[in-house]
Design a protein around this ligand. Structure first.
Ligand code: THU
Length: 160
């Protein structure tokens, strides 16, 4: 038996003031999108903002449903819209912000596994890393230089 170790690197910014201006403004768009979430069941609002290489910014928020699994996360709402409206554009970065009506969210809140899988599809398709920035409502912002860092042992088209 051989042990296999996987390393992943994240960068932490103290708060949004520490972000480069362009990223802070993308995060602000995620916050505005977050406020448009439809999350009456979880009371957990998430917003995502995507910058494309054509300069367009796409935003999305989580959209819940009385039939719970029919709802969709903010990140996938945004990325599927980006993919369907601008199939030729490459995604430069995604900013994500999450807040809860039940408790303060002051630590970085990462995208769920299903969203990581969805984002990875686009990263592989465009053959260029997608930067991911994520945070709660306040506090530190985490940055991953690529989606691959957030999803070890990725399932991709090479297995099909
Ligand atoms: N949610 C997102 O929008 N993105 C994630 O990455 C994690 C979870 C949403 C789904 C659901 O509407 C609520 O947050 C609670 O799970």
């Amino acid at each position: 038996m051989k042990e296999v170790k996987i390393e992943s690197t994240l960068y932490l910014f103290e708060n949004t003031d520490a972000l480069p201006a362009e990223v802070a403004s993308l995060m602000q768009k995620a916050v505005e999108a977050r406020d448009k979430a439809y999350a009456p069941y979880s009371n957990f609002n998430v917003g995502a903002a995507i910058l494309l290489d054509n300069g367009v910014i796409i935003t999305g928020s989580n959209q819940e449903n009385a039939s719970y699994p029919s709802g969709l996360c903010a990140e996938r709402t945004a990325i599927y819209y980006a993919g369907s409206q601008y199939p030729e554009a490459k995604i430069i970065r995604m900013a994500i912000s999450a807040t809860s009506k039940r408790k303060p969210t002051s630590t970085p809140i990462p995208p769920c596994g299903a969203c990581r899988q969805a984002i990875s599809e686009y990263e592989i398709k465009q053959d260029k890393p997608i930067e991911i920035y994520f945070m709660g409502e306040t506090g530190k912002v985490a940055k991953s230089n690529s989606l691959a860092n957030l999803l070890p042992f990725i399932f991709d088209k090479s297995f099909l």
